[in-house]
Design a protein around this ligand. Structure first.
Ligand code: PLP
Length: 514
């Protein structure tokens, strides 16, 4: 057989109505191209590159290979086609609405990309002499000023490289502040409505995590929180707006109570896009909060990166911020990198990253901020909230919306699996959405709701786009309520149907074996 034989693939694998229907010779269906593993396409007997037979063997010593390496041999065009075909089986923000709650999958303006690719930014090296990268430092500094202004905080650590990394930065600042006070407080309180990274961060930093229950209305139970406060409490970590898509209205009262017992307030600000320009967390008594540049201020993300999670800090925590950081000096900027530069920042907890942070994300985020302006950013929050409420109110009649009675939601709408037909679940609805050409919404998170479905449309979707999504979700919800058996085996039109995701996660097959 030739290299084009897709060994191991059988047409029945993606047949719709049974093995005999819709079968093509190639396995392709018009523009939906079937693709085998690269090892199945390329033979280990051939190579896409011509090496000179007489080339002298390099002297690798004991590291020299003794057996064939078993890599598939493909030409350049075969390789390009393989990966391009695979890329077409994926969903992307440039293909359609990406309703993943808690992820803020908004449109990434191309202007951001253009600026990030300007050679002065894109080609700068972190080890260049400081006087040659003053422009890059100016970008970091200007972005930092915007973040401080928008949040009403004292200062900002720019280097953390993602939201969870920012959480760790904030918690390490709290730990350093407590050590400086000579106090050994071990407990961080985390409400049920917090993002999962919050308890993980606190535990990773060596704290003991204790849950605070939510109210019926999906918010932190202030009385329960107050009752638990004491001299062993280092602080709280509160996601606001929370993962139920609700604003924590008691935030100021929570901060006051925590401060009164000597603790610190960490706010997970990944959902800042719902309140930017409307609320300044500094006014609510927050001591540390990360901002996901890759959510609130656009910048592409997904598939594991890249992100950027600057942490704004209160005056109390600012002295403990990590190195390195940029400061303005006269007309120029200086990078404070050395712990030995003690006089500059003697109480720093140390360093989290090798260099200054995600430069590409900084340029994109600053471009986004400058192209919106202060008034435009406020409108971002308002439109994101409006769109989420449109989704919530359009679907609350067909899907159970547990907190719909507590008033408007923020940037995301939360539904539960209550009322689906016997044997039907949130998973069936998610899989049905794939057939409708959508990436599923976030499912089974947050945990406070049974069979949660969390939809975040973001502000960049038009009413027409929302109406189509709502129509699709309503149709699937009705099928799940009426017990349509076909939904149990959805997706039918995707390259692969239902996979055993648990098995794939528990026993991943990561190596190709002949
Ligand atoms: C996305 C998110 C995080 C984690 O951010 P990463 O950049 O993925 O590490 C934390 N909290 C909330 C509320 C989030 O939405």
């Amino acid at each position: 057989m030739t290299a084009l034989n897709r060994a191991g693939w059988r047409p029945e694998m993606n047949a719709v109505g049974g093995a005999d229907d819709n079968v093509t010779f190639t396995g392709n269906r018009a523009l939906m191209l079937e693709e085998a593993l690269i090892f199945e396409i390329g033979s280990t007997e051939t190579t896409g590159v011509d090496f000179d037979e007489t080339a002298p063997a390099a002297d690798f010593g004991a590291l020299a290979r003794t057996a064939p390496i078993g890599l598939p041999g493909l030409s350049e065009s075969e390789t390009v086609r393989h990966y391009t075909r695979l890329s077409r089986q994926n969903y992307a923000i440039d293909l359609g609405l990406f309703p993943l709650g808690s992820c803020t999958m908004k449109h990434n303006p191309r202007l951001n990309e253009k600026v990030a690719r300007m050679s002065g930014f894109a080609d700068a090296h972190p080890l260049q002499p400081q006087e040659t990268v003053q422009g890059a430092y100016a970008v970091i500094h200007e972005l930092a000023e915007w973040l401080i202004t928008l949040t009403g905080m004292h200062s900002v650590a720019m280097s953390p490289k993602a939201g969870a990394h920012g959480e760790l930065c904030g918690i390490l600042c709290i730990k350093a502040a407590l050590e400086a006070r000579g106090e050994d407080r071990r407990v961080i309180l985390v409400p049920e409505s917090a993002h999962g990274t919050n308890p993980a961060t606190a535990a990773f930093a060596g704290f003991t995590v204790e849950d605070i229950p939510a109210t019926e209305a999906g918010r932190v139970n202030l009385e329960a929180l107050k009752a638990r406060l004491g001299p062993d409490v280092a602080g709280v970590m509160i996601t606001n707006p929370n993962t139920c898509g609700l604003f924590e209205r008691d935030m100021k009262a929570i901060s006051d109570a925590v401060h009164a017992v000597g603790g610190y307030v960490y706010c997970d600000g990944a959902n800042f896009n719902a309140i930017v320009g409307r609320v300044r967390p500094g006014d609510l008594g927050v001591d540390a909060m990360h901002i996901n540049l890759h959510k609130t201020f656009s910048t592409p993300h997904g598939g594991g990166g890249p992100g950027s999670g600057p942490v704004v800090l209160s005056e109390a925590l600012a002295p403990f911020a990590p190195l390195p950081f940029v400061t303005k000096q006269g007309d120029g900027f200086r990078l404070i990198e050395e712990e030995s530069a003690g006089e500059d920042h003697p109480q720093t907890f140390g360093r989290m990253t090798a260099f200054h942070g995600q430069m590409g994300m900084f340029t994109r985020a600053l471009t986004y901020i400058l192209s919106h302006g202060a008034d435009g950013l406020k409108q971002v929050a308002e439109d994101a909230v409006l769109n989420a409420n449109y989704v919530l109110r359009s679907l609350e009649g067909v899907l159970d919306a547990p907190f719909a009675a507590s008033g408007p939601c923020m940037h995301e709408a939360l539904f539960s699996d209550k009322g689906l037909a016997e044997g039907f679940s949130t998973l069936d609805i998610a899989k049905g959405l794939i057939d409708e050409g959508y990436h599923p919404m976030t499912v089974y998170f947050p945990l406070v709701v049974h069979g949660a479905m969390l939809v975040e449309p973001t502000e960049t979707e038009s009413k027409a786009a929302l109406d189509q999504f709502i129509g699709a979700l309503r149709s699937i919800a009705m099928r799940a309520k009426n017990g349509d058996p076909a939904l149990k085996s959805a997706p039918h039109f995707a390259p692969r149907g239902r996979l055993d995701e648990t098995l794939a996660a528990r026993k991943p097959v990561l190596a190709w074996e002949d």
